[in-house]
Design a protein around this ligand. Structure first.
Ligand code: ASP
Length: 363
């Protein structure tokens, strides 16, 4: 008799486990009744694009790896603590070294986030990204997303197979920040090595350190500790909902070339770039300066030319400019000035110098 009871119980258990969700659904339903008043967890959408965070190489090594190898699912599987923070939807947008990022991928990211942000269940977004061009993607999205929901970029300096890989903690902190109330309305944020940065001021400043991201004179705007957000500042330049740039319907952006001035830099580069671009950004020396030879050629150009600096910190104002037909990048780095110029030209290919000057004071 005992034998038959045992067989019967085994069968019941087997059926419960075999019918997908059988037991689980039962216990969830019971749980639902018990937690009727609990706030909904909400969903965080993780958009994976590649980079070192998804890199794989020789076990323990920090160089010689292949970035953009692991999928979003595997990255998330490596950080089970994320399950306690939010429901996750993972989307593999691409899986590239971020030096292969393109305007087309930016436009896909903007379209996806703008569309999914309308879903009331979605609390925020995380984008995993290579650190090399993270600042460009962050600034582009900061100017083109039409949502005040948190959007947080993160990445890693050590591949997933390195000793003390930094990706898992960065990813965990990014999800916590994206699920938080504190991050609402702050524009696009970056979380890296426990620090929170605003998209406009953040840049990569080390080729190797896990503290590879910083924000120069402006500094980070907050700190993450054990998933808790400590935010101290808000970005003051226009972004997201206050931005006038709408990229919906675009499938590419105008071409803007960035030129780097150095002693004896070939002025022929300027002519070539001007012939093949819709606009130029020049990373000048000091407060945006260059040689007399370059001044002559720039004075003759008819496309918009924005002057930034090859120096990380500091400001360039109208008074610094050597050529009257140029626009001061203010505190934007050359690569970020190029994004603002591309968006301005996408909005109005015939934009006037005065209007461009105004944009560089506002964004
Ligand atoms: N080359 C890598 C990338 O930008 C570097 C990194 O992710 O840290 O994709």
């Amino acid at each position: 008799m005992k034998k038959w009871v045992a067989i019967f119980l085994s069968l019941v258990l087997a059926v419960c486990w075999l019918i997908p969700g059988g037991l689980a659904e039962g216990s969830e339903a019971a749980g639902d009744n018990e937690t009727e008043t609990a706030a909904p967890r909400g969903k965080v959408v993780v958009l994976a694009t590649g980079g070192t965070i998804a890199g794989v190489g020789d076990p323990g090594k920090v160089t010689g790896y292949k970035p953009g190898t692991l999928t979003a699912e595997i990255l998330l599987w490596g950080v089970p603590e994320i399950d306690e923070v939010a429901d996750i939807e993972a989307i593999q947008v691409c899986n590239v070294n971020s030096d292969d990022m393109t305007a087309e991928i930016w436009l896909t990211l903007a379209e996806t986030i703008n569309r999914m942000a309308d879903d009331p269940e979605v609390k925020g977004f995380v984008i995993t990204h290579g650190t090399d061009t993270m600042e460009e993607t962050a600034y582009f999205l900061n100017l083109t997303l039409k949502t005040d929901k948190p959007v947080v970029l993160t990445g890693a300096m050590r591949p997933s197979t390195a000793l003390s890989a930094d990706g898992p903690l960065n990813l965990y902190e990014a999800v916590c920040l994206a699920a938080s109330e504190e991050a609402v309305g702050q524009g696009v944020l970056i979380v890296f090595s426990d620090r929170i940065y605003a998209a406009r001021s953040m840049s990569k400043t080390s080729t190797y350190s896990v503290m590879a991201i910083s924000a120069g004179e402006v500094g980070s705007i907050g700190i993450m500790r054990d998933g808790i957000v400590h935010l101290y500042e808000s970005p003051s330049r226009k972004h997201t909902l206050a931005s006038e740039f709408d990229v919906s319907g675009l499938d590419t952006l105008p071409k803007v070339s960035v030129l780097y001035f150095s002693v004896d830099a070939d002025p022929g580069l300027l002519r070539y770039a001007a012939e093949h671009s819709d606009g130029l950004v020049i990373a000048g020396a000091g407060a945006g300066e260059f040689s007399l030879e370059w001044i002559d050629i720039i004075n003759s150009l008819t496309i918009p030319v924005v002057i930034s600096s090859r120096i990380n910190d500091g400001i360039i104002t109208k008074d610094n400019l050597l050529c009257k037909n140029t626009i001061a990048a203010n505190t934007l780095s050359p690569q970020k000035a190029a994004i603002l110029l591309r968006l301005a030209l996408a909005k109005d290919p015939e934009i006037s110098q005065d209007s461009l000057e105004e944009l560089f004071l506002q964004y």
